[in-house]
Design a protein around this ligand. Sequence first.
Ligand code: PLP
Length: 244
Amino acid sequence: MTERLSTVPADRLEDVRRNYLEITERIARAAESSGRKPEDIVFLAATKTVEPEIINYAVSLGLRHIGENKVQELLSKYEYYDLEHCDLQFIGHLQTNKVRQIVGRVSMIQSVDSLKLANEISKQSIKNGITTDVLIEVNIGGEENKSGVNPDKVEELVAQTALLSNIRVRGLMTVPPICEKKPELCKFFEKMYHLFIDISDKTLDNVSMDFLSMGMSDDFEEAILSGANMIRVGSRLFGARIYR
Ligand SMILES: *Cc1c(COP(=O)(O)O)cnc(C)c1O
């Protein structure tokens, strides 16, 4: 990690500290309400647009997982992350031609939604002599022009990816449709949970369904109550972004 002179105002850090404590408390309560332990839920911070100084401050508070969603931004911040104390994942849409820039730099790629992409991750991982963990991203609402594989094609993609070398499926991820009402949103979360359980029950070789990654700033408690064990929270922790 390269040190940079901190220019972050103290009140900004104080906000992050307060938010971090509030979120971990809410995660703990939702975990317990769903019959699990707080430590069963992975709290990953979505760090897009956030300066490394602020990310590392959150890591100093106990944050252990961060996720970027743009390759260029990840690369430009890469040398500043405190990767001795947190793991870095990729959570955004990934183009095949950018795979080689992140394989070996991230512990997991959460956004595999085609065999072509899985193939390239496999190829680059072989080249680097490593195995890359991935989640299959599901377009649970079947929305047009949205990343993710359609729900009825998920099992096939999991099975096909499992046949490739140096890549390991660790679960599913989704960004559900924007819903005006929480019960409508929970239907998508529950649909994801069923898909996750159905595939887990198949016990496919080279697949270990460890993570169901869903729930963001406005809905992470609902996601946990529906069975998520990994949430991705950005703005609730770091403050509203200037741009998305
Ligand atoms: C930004 C982002 C999040 C977090 O969104 P917030 O609403 O800011 O919590 C989660 N997942 C992905 C893929 C993201 O890009």
